[in-house]
Design a protein around this ligand. Sequence first.
Ligand code: FAD
Ligand code: FES
Length: 534
Amino acid sequence: MVRTEFGRLQEHPIVDFKRGKEVTIYLNGKPVKAYEGETVAAALYAAGVRVFSRSFRWHRPRGFFCAIGKCSACMMEVDGIPNVRTCKVYVRDGMQVRTQSGMPDAEKDVFSILDDVIDKVFPHGSHYTKFTTSKKAREFMVKRMRKFTGFGNPPKAVFQGRAELEEIETDVLVIGGGPGGMSAAINAGKYGAKVLLVDENPFLGGQLVKQTHRFFGSAKERAGTRGIKIAGILEEELNSIENVEVRRETRVFGIYNGEAGAYQRLNDDEGKLLRIKAKKIVVATGAYERTLIFENNDLPGVYGAGGVQTLMNVYGIKPGNMGLIVGSGNVGLILTYQLMQAGVNVAAIVEAMPRIGGYFVHAAKVRRLGVPIYVRHTILKAIGRKSVEGAVIAQLDDRWQPIPGTEKEIKCDFICVAVGLSPTHELLYQAGCEMKFVPELGGIVPLRTRFNETSVKGLYVAGDVAGIEEATAAIMEGRIAGIHAAVTLGYGGEEAKKELDEAVKEIEEFRAGPFGERIVCGLEKCTLESEVML
Ligand SMILES: Cc1cc2nc3c(=O)[nH]c(=O)nc-3n(C[C@H](O)[C@H](O)[C@H](O)COP(=O)(O)OP(=O)(O)OC[C@H]3O[C@@H](n4cnc5c(N)ncnc54)[C@H](O)[C@@H]3O)c2cc1C
Ligand code: FES
């Protein structure tokens, strides 16, 4: 049985939510109850706040979307600093949070009524340039326009000092503490390499921390175990290796010829810069959630599937009462099941393909729960003014066009977009890796050898950043990258070389089944000759 306190789940069949101390934060001066360990976005959501800001130009309400710091939909002013991604900042007692733009605030925003007439008054695209002919007119208007639009106000006090700089030398730097990164660190570390693993979050596990279901995939890589448990097992392994250091809340912002620049948060007021010299670097930064184009797809209440999982399975907060899921891959199916487990209803799953995308076992579970799955259907629009109140779906023809007359209105208060992920590849681009668009791997990926070394020597990839697959494959890729990095630095001897050989064979076997066909086809397009022959 699921019990809730306002928006918070009190009991859950799988997760035991251990909330921190109760604190009070202030939204536009009004007190909001929160618990230590919750992000600002999560606490506001639990209190029923849906509109966090207004859009730059059209006064459109904005809420959160991804909940993992990758989309910027949740930006607010926090303690005087504008444009803070509130899904990444943790509450503290007395914190002052303000909505951005909107008069008197983002929730009410009286100027939103202009949206309906503004196009007529200022024809599309002209209202920024209208007042540039005269300096005086421009200055006058800019001041006023800032009240209508913009990205918050500049902070009143600007930090004047210099952040402390720490210089670090290591054999292997691993960026990202999801399954791919943890596996790379374990496998490089166990053969004696000095490893530093950094992750921007205060916890390790990446996407695993929100996966309450038992894993599919390889029996050897813990199929049948819950994702959250796998994260714990990997972390324990990591902690047992002395020469592996882990730094949490540490974000790498650039890779420059074998050196990485990072910022480590120490506490609410302090942080330091890290200059990390590493002989080898493994990038395991995961992926972004994709969205879909449909009318009102930016309304608060339209969320990424992972965003809803974070809210519900990490922070124990109900995303709503009735959801609509777009996409019937494994993520969409599993999420549906998890929502129902948490006492949230799902009106339907919509799938554009002629058949369900995920595994039969997940689809069967969802069907048994009575959730209709509309294949060959898509979402046409989200209904609602400030947040989602419903959706319109329609059937598709053979050319993927909606068939007039088949529109159906679905009552729901949130919509989960579960249409896949794209690799988080910015660091790889910036480091100069050769990149290629490979649709089978989910987007732009680096060229790499079968040992996962990119075209930049000594720079490896593992997990979703190398191509969207699953956690099992991420763990296997991390193992290959970690051992190869250690071996080429002279660690591990024959034993390590033998294990590397086995690991490469194992992943090839894992991908040999029907579900691996697409990946193998993608890999053929981006695999480099291996330069280092062992
Ligand atoms: C709903 C759902 C169900 C799933 N079910 C399964 C399943 O049953 N079986 C399965 O095998 N897979 C499953 N997966 C897929 C699996 O979770 C992912 O493929 C896997 O987590 C990818 O691992 P990763 O290490 O590449 O990335 P992630 O787990 O995304 O970890 C990347 C980490 O890097 C950090 N990071 C990013 N950039 C930086 C930076 N610049 N500096 C520091 N840190 C950074 C991120 O914060 C994150 O912690 C599922 C996924 C979802 C969303
Ligand atoms: S960055 Fe916060 S919701 Fe995406």
